[in-house]
Design a protein around this ligand. Structure first.
Ligand code: FE2
Length: 282
């Protein structure tokens, strides 16, 4: 979704001049050069220990570890998934500089649906980080994440998510239409857990409809890449009963849980996306 790379130092250090000492006194300055130098060393060591990394920097550093060997279809280890999920779970809108009062979250109608803004934070060949800003009724149409693992954190708002996974080895009515199983069809309201989708499960294809103004922090590993064959493709979804295909049989009561997804030839008319680079975030 985004291009380019934004890297600005974002480390925050505690101001040691405001530190109080246990005995309430200013520390005694050593009378010899050696003791002074030793105290300086200790001060530097203490300062290094007290370095506090801002949440976005922490997210960036964690992504570097989690996606260190990331390529098409690579799923991070369970430990790494937990590590990144824990970092995302802690992130608040103010940590990434978004608030529902910002202009991105006001409806600017451009045809049928309001403009959705993507705030690009970082992209390299292993992962990307960005924020989707959806005004009320904003839509991100049904699309895929080929060979990717995706972490999505709803920062604020209420959003309806419908997601699917492909049914493997199912006969197809045509080359551009495949059977998919519904994974999620629900509304989510922040604060809620980070959701994760995988190359073949977890709801690899999804669409978002904002019920209120919403911000979604997205981490993709690896990111979309046309040269690497990871194209973003959009789909129409049709009820299971729309096609009758030999060899595909689903019990009547389970038909609602399946759909036929047909590739869209052109970018959807309801996709109104604007890209902005979020500076000074990493
Ligand atoms: Fe997506």
């Amino acid at each position: 979704m985004g291009t380019g790379t934004t890297m600005v130092s974002g480390k925050v250090r505690k101001d040691l001049s405001t530190k109080t000492y246990q005995n309430g006194n200013i520390p005694i300055v050593a009378s010899t050069e050696n003791r002074s130098s030793s105290r300086k060393k200790k001060m530097i060591q203490r300062r290094n220990k007290e370095t506090v990394i801002c949440p976005v920097q922490k997210l960036f550093e964690t992504c570097k570890k989690v996606f260190a060997n990331c390529k098409s279809g690579t799923v991070p280890s369970p430990q790494h998934i937990q590590m990144l999920r824990a970092v995302l779970d802690e992130i608040k809108p103010e940590d990434v500089g978004v608030s529902p009062k910002m202009p991105f979250f006001r409806s600017k109608m451009t045809g049928r649906s309001p403009l959705v803004t993507y705030l690009h934070i970082h992209k390299c060949h292993r992962f990307s980080i960005g924020i989707f800003c959806l005004p009320p009724s904003g839509v991100i149409p049904l699309h895929n994440h080929p060979e990717m693992t995706v972490f999505s954190k709803l920062l604020f708002g209420t959003i309806h998510i419908k997601s699917y996974d492909w049914v493997s080895d199912s006969p197809q009515p045509s080359l551009d239409t495949r059977l998919a199983k519904v994974k999620v069809d629900s509304e989510f309201t922040a604060p809620c857990d980070t959701s994760i989708l995988y190359p073949t499960d977890g709801g690899n294809l999804h669409c978002f409809i904002a019920k209120t103004a919403c911000a979604v922090l997205d981490v993709l590993g690896p990111p979309y890449s046309d040269p690497a064959g990871r194209h973003c493709t959009y789909y129409f979804d049709y009820p299971f009963s729309s096609y009758s295909v030999d060899g595909v049989d689903v019990p009547e009561e389970e038909k609602e849980g399946y759909a036929w997804l047909k590739e869209r030839e052109e970018e959807p008319e309801d996709l109104k996306m604007s890209l902005k680079v979020q500076k000074d975030r990493i």
